[in-house]
Design a protein around this ligand. Structure first.
Ligand code: ADE
Length: 244
């Protein structure tokens, strides 16, 4: 996967993404992350990339030309026209399903806006997906781009050490993850659940699945509508609810 981030703050994304698990994946050659400074594509002598909005109003609007020129230069270099994801609270809310879809691409372009927004014509000309990370407003698209890149990357084979864990964690099957424990066996009088010490893999698997179902019902009941439960598991959940 090759990420190309169109931004006015390249340091912010490069510093943030080249660490920890993603940094290791970059070093291994599984990912590449490049920040493209939109300011490098201005034709104005003062290096402006923004101007006042037509019709008046507060703030500044990012101009179309530097953004489109930056994208076209990238397309010429790649000899491809990759998808362009525009980070905006007006977009479709990003989720695990969207991450899975985007993880199939070879190249992804993230367009990060600032100020009062981006000239609509640039968006019409190059954007393929309008994406939000939630119903709140941030100062720019860099953090949303970083959130999405982190989430997409962990689905790419080889990025996580344990190939299975990307699937097992929260949201697999639309269920939340079961609780985890590590040493010591007793902490402040609280014991690790007995079944986890038993070495009985079938029982452990059943216990974890039941905890996932309980936890999803307690914390995110909205997810259960789409969860695939066996008849036995549905019965287990009903009994758990009735017993409350
Ligand atoms: N830009 C500003 N707020 C945003 C949000 N919530 N999601 C994506 N991009 C944004």
């Amino acid at each position: 996967m090759n990420y190309h981030i169109l931004t006015l703050f390249p340091d912010m994304v490069v510093e943030g993404l080249n660490t920890s698990i993603l940094g290791r994946a970059v070093n291994k050659g599984i990912l590449s992350i490049e920040a493209i400074n939109i300011r490098d594509y201005t034709n104005e002598k003062h290096g402006h990339v923004d101007d006042a909005p037509y019709g008046g109003g507060a703030g500044m609007v990012m101009q179309a030309a530097p953004i489109c020129d930056a994208y076209e230069a990238l397309c010429s270099r790649l000899k491809k026209r990759p998808r362009v994801l525009y980070m905006t609270p007006q977009g479709q809310v990003f989720n695990q399903k969207k991450a899975q879809e985007l993880a199939q691409e070879e190249n992804l372009v993230f367009l990060c806006g600032h100020y009062e927004g981006v000239d609509e014509r640039a968006l019409e000309m190059i954007v393929t997906d309008y994406l939000s990370i939630g119903d709140y407003v941030l100062t720019g698209g860099e953090l949303p781009a970083m959130v999405m890149i982190d989430c997409i990357s962990r689905l790419i084979p080889g990025v996580l050490n344990n190939g299975a864990s990307a699937e097992i964690e929260s949201f697999h099957d639309n269920l939340l993850e079961y609780p985890q424990y590590t040493r010591p066996e007793i902490y402040e009088g609280r014991r690790v659940p007995e079944v986890l010490l038993s070495g009985h893999h079938k029982n452990i698997e059943k216990w974890r699945r039941e905890k996932s179902i309980q936890r999803t019902w307690e914390r995110r009941p909205d997810l259960l509508k789409e969860a695939l439960l066996s008849d036995k598991e549905k019965q287990f959940l009903q009994e758990y609810i009735d017993g409350k």
